[in-house]
Design a protein around this ligand. Structure first.
Ligand code: ATP
Ligand code: MN
Length: 461
């Protein structure tokens, strides 16, 4: 079956074809024919259909051709005399496959707010913006796999249900088959030995620990899977369910890790700019007038690297009223991250060597006793898009750090085993896929960068 993208790109006048799609608009002329703008999601552009009243069944069918209705058209390609399209299709046959009552169809031609469109997430992919986002997501997914595959990485499927808390932040969704309603009535201590896995389990916050297992056996690895965080943060950059890309590289230090992160981001941006031209022009026109410029600027400049300590010095001497105070030893807030990348350096930056007190146990400790070999990649408009580190490969230091973080090394016996048997330096990072989609599309809210967003009090569809 021909898709509209291929028809618009390749079809020649006098070709006969069938086409299927949904009506964007219909316009009737006084001379007794109608114009239909048909879209099938294969590209942003609509195919113009011209249908004459002589076409069998025109009188009965045409009034059902309303915005949202599904059609099958048979016709002949003609050169289009009108502006804006090379060709159009003159229908010889029209079949209305599914009607859409104009009184109740929720997605009318007018511009709707993104908030409204979130409430009709089952229909929003039929809008220009959400069709384009879906296609860009698809292209970015392909670019990610292709970047790693070209560079010899192995894709690993890490578990979604886990019994370890990678970030140690405790923001996890519990997985249980216990009867919560009954437990609530008896009000005793919960006996997890009665639960499905015989101990507390949750949805994963990261595939990193398991990716490390494979990276220290097979070489460079990556995961690209769903990740869950029960953080109650109603921001434009947080989802409860998001997709994360996590490469893990053996025999790599933090410098190697930074280089990989930069090459990786640039390669995905280049691919999307090249393959999604029409959608990217749409974002630049309708969503954010600077998105193309920003992306080209990112491609053309080296990411600036500086230590967390130097960043704090810049922030404390900046002439700015911060909502959150800047102090060495505290996590940087979005406003600080964005100031550094948008205003101070005006390009992506990589901050490294963060205070160990604010970072997880697995990051490699520096000799200064105060910092760890962490790195965050910060980009304009988003702030943090990547968080990563060189991993602690020294068993004694790792166990000491676990205790410092109130973790029992026994619970991570398999992770410490990797340091007992053939330990090696290694590094990796996690990129939030939806934050990358925000960067690529210029969309303000991360909820619009995933088909069905999950956020506090919201898991419809
Ligand atoms: P932040 O400080 O922005 O909340 P984080 O430091 O908790 O992020 P990491 O644990 O470093 O995040 O996770 C790696 C990457 O995953 C982040 O750089 C970000 O791109 C993405 N990410 C983290 N949390 C979320 C979330 N709740 N929704 C979407 N993406 C997220
Ligand atoms: Mn982080």
């Amino acid at each position: 079956m021909l898709r509209i993208k291929s028809i618009l790109d390749n079809s020649q006048p006098e070709e006969s074809l069938d086409v299927h799609g949904w009506v964007r608009t219909r316009r009737d002329s006084k001379q007794g024919f109608s114009f239909i703008e048909l879209n099938d999601g294969s590209c942003m552009s609509n195919l113009q259909i011209v249908i004459d009243k002589e076409v069998p069944g025109y009188e009965d069918s045409i009034k059902l051709v309303t915005t949202g209705a599904a059609l099958k058209i048979a016709g002949t390609v003609k050169e289009s005399p009108g502006k804006g399209q090379r060709i159009e299709v003159h229908a010889t046959h029209l079949e209305v496959l599914g009607t859409a009552d104009p009184e109740t169809f929720p997605l009318q031609k007018k511009r709707h707010s993104f908030e409204y469109l979130r409430e009709i997430a089952h229909l929003r992919p039929r809008s220009n913006t959400f069709g384009a986002i879906a296609r860009v997501r698809n292209a970015a997914t392909f670019a990610i796999h292709s970047f790693f595959q070209k560079n010899g990485f192995i894709n690993i499927h890490t578990p979604i249900i886990t019994t370890s808390d990678c970030e140690g932040a405790g923001e996890m969704f519990h997985v249980t088959t216990l009867d919560l309603a009954r437990l609530a009535q008896v009000q005793t201590e919960i006996d997890y030995s009665q639960d499905f896995f015989g101990k507390p389990a949750s949805l994963t916050v990261s595939g990193q620990l398991e990716a490390e297992i494979y990276a220290t056996s097979l070489g460079p690895c990556y995961t690209f899977g769903p990740t869950f965080r029960a953080e109650n943060s109603n921001t434009t950059r947080h989802l409860a369910e998001f997709w994360m890309v996590e490469p893990e590289v053996p025999f790599a230090d933090l410098d190697d890790n930074m280089r990989l992160a930069e090459d990786f981001i640039k390669s995905v941006i280049s691919y999307v700019l090249e393959t999604c031209k029409e959608d990217m022009e749409f974002f630049n026109l309708r969503i954010d007038k600077t998105v193309l410029e920003t992306l080209h600027h990112i491609l053309e400049h080296e990411f600036h690297r500086l230590s967390y300590t130097d960043a704090v010095a810049i922030l404390t001497s900046a002439e700015k009223e911060w909502e959150f105070p800047v102090e060495w030893g505290h996590d940087l807030q979005s406003e600080h991250e964005r100031y550094l990348t948008e205003e101070h350096f005006k390009k992506p930056i990589i901050l490294y060597d963060y205070p160990r007190s604010i970072k997880p146990f697995y990051m490699r400790c520096n000799e200064d006793g105060k910092t760890v070999r962490a790195m965050d990649v910060l980009v304009p408009r988003i702030g943090e898009i990547i968080g990563g580190s060189q991993r602690e490969e020294r068993l004694d230091v790792l166990e000491a750090r676990m205790k410092e973080c109130d973790l029992d090394p026994e619970d991570y016996w398999w992770y410490t085993d990797l340091r007992k048997f053939g330990t090696i330096p290694h590094s990796g990072f996690g990129l939030g896929f939806e934050r990358l989609i925000q960067l690529l599309t210029g969309m303000q809210n991360i909820r619009d960068c995933i088909p069905f967003p999950r956020t506090p009090k919201n898991a419809e569809f």
